[in-house]
Design a protein around this ligand. Structure first.
Ligand code: C2E
Ligand code: CA
Ligand code: CA
Ligand code: CA
Length: 278
């Protein structure tokens, strides 16, 4: 048994070593990726749960790695957050998303593009100017932009953040709380928050048909949001039953594989405006 323990420990150590080496490699490669413009953006439709019309799209970053192929954020976002590379990546994504959206929306019902902003990027001095510049250079109107932030950003060092959120909203940019429900903000606090949209995390949606408690919880969030004049987007809708249940609750918008996976920009613009064909 003693020999086994030693073997397990050595295997553990070598796995740990491999993981560390991989993180270091990713870190170095990320910097080259920023210089070499190896990033790309895919878009996932956000739809009206009653009419199924696409209302907006969420921009989701991808890394076109020269050796490993197309990588999702799972493979690099954490390392990018730690190293600070996320600030540069985020700036690039914002500009790319606004530029592509300006083309994508022509002839469609698309109203907005939703862009994820990491806490670290948001706290970078000059973030509001960064947004202003990106809007100006792309020719996009502020109303076309929805910024997705996390609950934790609103809680830590909140003063500057709240001020910046106020400035962005004064420009006409809207703010969403991403993964709503997974953080620690209290519901009563929500009334004062400088935000426009709640995105209810997939983990709450998964079991709305199987668990009465989960259903009641989502129902309560939808009702609360309506009373506070917030729009709601249910995330991770994978089947028709979930869509019907959410629509019946009065949840206006949703996003998920039921409607579409993230796709390339030309696949969005190719979609005809609902009503034109029928
Ligand atoms: P998120 O913001 O919660 O984005 C939704 C994620 O769920 C996306 O994964 C999307 O592909 C996936 N998803 C959508 N519908 C479904 C569904 O019905 N079922 C399942 N199983 N998954 C679904 P993705 O693209 O891999 O992105 C993962 C996370 O990476 C995002 O989660 C977001 O937190 C982060 N991320 C993506 N792009 C950016 C970015 O440009 N900047 C920053 N800071 N973070 C980003
Ligand atoms: Ca998001
Ligand atoms: Ca989310
Ligand atoms: Ca999520």
């Amino acid at each position: 048994a003693k020999g086994d323990d030693k073997g397990t420990w050595q295997r553990y150590r070598s796995e740990l070593h491999t993981a560390m080496v991989q993180r270091l490699e990713t870190r170095t490669a990320l910097h080259e990726a920023i210089d070499g413009e190896q990033f790309a953006v895919m878009y996932q439709p956000i739809v009206d749960l009653t009419t199924r019309e696409t209302a907006g799209v969420e921009a989701l970053v991808r890394w076109q790695h020269p050796v490993r192929g197309l990588l999702g954020p799972y493979h690099f976002i954490e390392v990018a957050e730690e190293s600070g590379a996320i600030v540069e990546i985020g700036r690039w994504v914002l500009r790319a998303a606004l530029t592509e959206f300006t083309r994508m929306r022509a002839g469609t019902t698309l109203k907005y593009v939703s862009v994820n902003v990491s806490a670290r990027q948001f706290r970078t001095p000059g973030f509001v100017d960064q947004v202003r510049d990106a809007l100006e250079d792309s020719g996009a109107r502020p109303e076309w932009l929805l910024l997705e932030i996390t609950e934790s950003l609103l809680l830590r060092d909140a003063d500057q953040v709240w001020q910046d959120l106020g400035e962005l909203r004064a420009l006409g940019v809207r703010i969403a709380i991403d993964d709503f429900g997974t953080g620690y903000s209290s519901l009563s606090y929500l009334r004062q928050m400088p935000v426009d949209v709640l995105k209810v995390d997939k983990s709450f949606i998964d079991d709305i048909l199987g668990s009465e408690q989960q259903r009641a919880l989502v129902d309560a969030i939808v009702t609360l949001a309506r009373n506070f004049d917030l729009a709601v987007v249910a995330e991770g809708i994978e089947d028709e039953g979930q869509r019907a249940e959410l629509a019946a609750m009065g949840c206006p918008y949703g996003q998920g594989f039921l409607f579409s996976k993230p796709v390339w920009p030309h696949e969005i613009s190719a979609r005809p405006q609902p009503g034109v064909m029928s």
